[in-house]
Design a binder for this molecule. Structure first.
Ligand code: UN1
Length: 519
């Protein structure tokens, strides 16, 4: 780890209309969740900075949209190369700022360049449809054009990848952008803005404001914003959906959390099932929107599966996220530790039998690398695993914790029963089935109420060229990859008549009848 990354003297501002601006004096700090150290001091955006950013984005739109797809994508190829070249360095910053262990920090950067590659490469692919017409002399097409100003609001858990899910597509399609990174990961925001500046994107096309929910709300509510792309909590996402839903002509694509599950049927390979469940529940310390908090296991395997899962949960390495031997880093902030505590307590109140409780990590479990006490102020939480009898009304089985908080549920009967238990949450983001029986796999594929379904895999780790988004409370749009195109473009149904006369479809008469002819 380079020394430069531990110094707390970095100061960051906003990037607006091609300039770095400091704002009006109020600041906040970025904190390393493993140590509590300050990583940077950041200007906090208030309405005037957001307003300037929106004005710049609006003013830059006409010129940017006038470039070809290919020319716009050229700017992104520079960013792609930079993300690849600086992969390890940026991965370390991700880990320092959001606490994910280092392989995940790097994977976040990998996912970012995959997205940039997809969006820029897509500029040379077809962008619409040629559609048949009833009339031989007519050519009909579906063409796309940019919507205008896209407001992007992104979460801390994928502080490099998710901004590019939103922005790479929005920019290549010809929109201009105002982006607010998560307040927990402003350093990642700063580095991305620098990269975009270095790529030479014209002033105003891309703008970044650092700040909190109030700055986000200003972006969402402003009439100059044509599309809002949001990835984050259900609470905020639903609020955005409500606000934007009432404004004709404005769109919001929101992707939110889940109460995701792994179904282990009587035909499961148990080695695979345990590995898939451990990765789904504990990677990113349970802080992916696709993390699994429910394991639904057939009675034939329940005892063996739970014994093996518990054994791993008891021993999984929680610690210094920069240490390659760590599996789980800290959680993001002190308030999140408290939130997880409440979810664990709720489960107990609702009748959980606790199998693993590492919420308070013992002194011997805390990381020691870096010297005694270095990690004392980190936000540490270990696995919490419980079994509970299925009841669709239990809050612990329906409310998202966003931590290493896992319910084991035993079921008996067939795949229909597994699906009933699986679908009994208000959410519907990701899920997996572990089974060697293709009929069960197909039943899950077709009837699990999720946007991302996996078979014999963890329910995390989606690739960028797939749509990413959920159903029910998990999402109302697809703010990622190819589906984001829908949210940041208008469709024009374009019909061209090649004949000299008008011939209408649907048998509609093209005769113009006058009163004279009637007589
Ligand atoms: C999130 O959980 O917030 O599918 C995003 C995955 C990652 C993205 C997760 N590609 O696990």
């Amino acid at each position: 780890m380079s020394h430069q990354h531990t110094a707390g003297d970095r100061e960051f501002g906003h990037y607006v209309d091609g300039e770095w601006v400091d704002g009006r004096g109020e600041t906040f700090e970025s904190e390393n969740p493993a140590t509590g150290e300050t990583l940077a001091t950041v200007a906090r955006a208030t309405e005037p900075e957001v307003d300037t950013a929106l004005a710049a984005a609006e003013a830059a739109f006409e010129e940017w949209r006038a470039l070809s797809y290919i020319d716009r994508a050229e700017f992104l190829w520079d960013i792609y190369h930079e993300l690849r070249e600086r992969h390890d360095e940026l991965g370390e910053v991700v880990t320092l700022e959001c606490g994910k262990e280092i392989s995940e920090g790097r994977a976040d950067v990998t996912e970012a360049w995959h997205m940039v590659e997809w969006a820029a490469g897509n500029a040379r692919h077809p962008h619409g449809d040629v559609v048949p017409s009833e009339i031989p002399g007519k050519d009909a097409y579906m063409r796309r054009k940019p919507r205008g100003v896209v407001g992007c609001i992104t979460p801390w858990n994928f502080p490099v990848a998710i901004p590019f899910w939103h922005m790479a597509i929005a920019l290549v399609e010809g929109n201009t952008v105002v982006w607010k990174p998560a307040e927990q990961t402003p350093w990642c925001g700063q580095l991305i803005a620098e990269m975009i500046e270095d790529a030479g994107i014209p002033p105003g096309v891309f703008n970044m404001v650092q700040g909190f929910g109030d700055a986000g709300a200003t972006i969402v509510e402003d009439p100059r914003v044509d599309t809002v792309l949001f990835t984050g909590s259900a609470e905020v996402g639903h609020e955005i959906g409500r606000k934007v839903g009432g404004e004709p002509g404005k769109l919001a694509a929101c992707e939110m959390g889940g109460k995701n599950a792994i179904v282990v049927t009587e035909h499961a390979d148990l080695d695979l099932a345990v590995d898939a469940a451990v990765m789904s529940s504990f990677k990113t310390t349970g802080q992916r929107c696709v993390s699994s908090e429910r394991l639904i296991v057939h009675e034939d395997h329940y005892e063996e599966f739970s014994a093996r899962f518990v054994e791993v949960a008891e021993s999984i390495a929680v610690g210094d996220p920069l240490d390659p031997d760590t599996f789980m880093g800290p959680v993001i902030e002190a308030s999140h530790v408290e939130k997880i505590r409440k979810h664990n307590e709720l489960a107990v109140r609702e009748g959980a039998e606790v199998l693993v409780d590492r919420f308070e990590l013992g002194a011997d479990e805390l990381p020691t690398a870096g010297g005694e006490g270095s990690f004392e102020n980190g936000h540490w939480v270990g696995p919490f695993v419980y079994e509970i009898e299925y009841d669709p009304d239990l809050r612990c089985l329906t409310e998202e914790c966003f931590g290493p908080h896992v319910a084991l549920l035993e079921y008996s009967g067939d795949i229909d029963r597994a699906l009933e238990v699986h679908n009994a949450t208000p959410y519907g983001l990701a899920g997996a089935i572990i089974s060697e029986d293709y009929r069960q796999l197909n039943a899950f594929r077709d009837r699990a109420e999720v946007g991302l379904a996996y078979a014999n895999l963890p329910c995390i780790g989606a690739e960028v060229q797939l749509p990413f988004g959920g159903v029910k409370k998990s999402g109302n749009g697809y703010p990622s990859a190819r589906e984001a195109i829908e949210a940041v473009t208008e469709r024009t149904a374009w019909t061209l008549n090649n004949a000299r006369e008008i011939e209408m479809a649907q048998g509609l008469s093209a005769d113009i009848k006058t009163t004279e002819e009637r007589d």
